[in-house]
Write a protein that binds this ligand. Sequence first.
Ligand code: 5RP
Length: 218
Amino acid sequence: MTQDELKKAAALAALDYVPDGAVIGVGTGSTVNHFIDGLAGIKSRIAGAVSSSEASSARMRAYGIPLVELTEVDSLPVYVDGADEIDGGFAMIKGGGGALTREKIVAAVSERFVCICDASKKVATLGRFPLPVEVIPMAVRHVARELAALGGTPKLREGFVTDNGNLILDVHGLAIDDPQAFESAINQIVGVVTNGLFARRGADVLLLAAPGGVQRHE
Ligand code: 5RP
């Protein structure tokens, strides 16, 4: 199976976690795109979706899936999203697609985070995938110096502006032994909007697609 076929298998398995009549949270990325395609087939079963990006909103709008603003709901029963890396404690690096801030906000109000991945995303230690950090533009040089002081090598994502009008620094060369502590440390840097470590609020369910099938870890 190709990596994309594995992503699709994980994504379609997540349809089992969509409660009838609910407003659900929907993430961003190529794996989530398969989930949205599947969700279109059961759209009459749900009340709507809160989207984590303009890209996912456009895809859901095209299918006629009702979009709901997060300001209209207090909580969501489930949030379905992919990851760039996930460890054994279900801490993740996210933001490869640059949607980390809205993803983290939607995840924060969700009771259950269902992470959908192909098996290549499972790692022992987070950090081989460069950690995305969303930054207020005027702070980019300051934040880059502070990230370097924490041991990483930040590189500006060239030509990229987030849905929130900000920049992304991708931090290379990390081996993150304590994801919760590192997530908190980066959040202390003035000018950082969000970092792509989802450790303090990690996943609750991991649907990991391997050639032998989709493993469900809860
Ligand atoms: C986007 C994300 C994605 O979930 C992550 O990058 C995984 O993407 P893909 O499903 O395309 O491999 O965090 O900001």
